[in-house]
Design a protein around this ligand. Structure first.
Ligand SMILES: [Zn+2]
Length: 103
């Protein structure tokens, strides 16, 4: 039985896949690294270009409101208000990682 840890989750769930799913206004990326994340989910954003996500590390940042974090777990916690452990479980469930064998 695997334990669900941040590194297990991040190995199983690429940041590019996660952000493509949760950021409906993100344009299809045409390159790696930092890309346009579409409209910022952390403020009432009406103009593209402020919100960036990193497709490899999962880091995110907004030039307008200052929201930022280092990985998809930080993003998920901030965007859903869940705890670290809650975010881990929620992501494993949403993306059907493993088969419910997490502790
Ligand atoms: Zn913002």
């Amino acid at each position: 039985m695997r334990r669900l840890t941040a590194s297990v989750l991040k190995a199983a769930l690429p940041a590019a896949l996660y952000y493509a799913r949760v950021l409906p206004t993100m344009p299809t990326p045409t390159r790696a690294g930092w890309v346009d994340g579409g409209l910022c989910p952390f403020h009432a954003d009406r103009h593209r270009g402020n919100f960036r996500v990193h497709l490899t590390t999962g880091a995110y940042g907004c030039f307008a409101c200052g929201a930022k974090g280092g990985d998809i777990l930080a993003f998920h916690q901030a965007s859903t208000g869940q705890s670290f452990q809650g975010s881990l479980r929620d992501l494993a469930e949403q993306f059907r990682l493993g088969s419910g064998d997490w502790p």
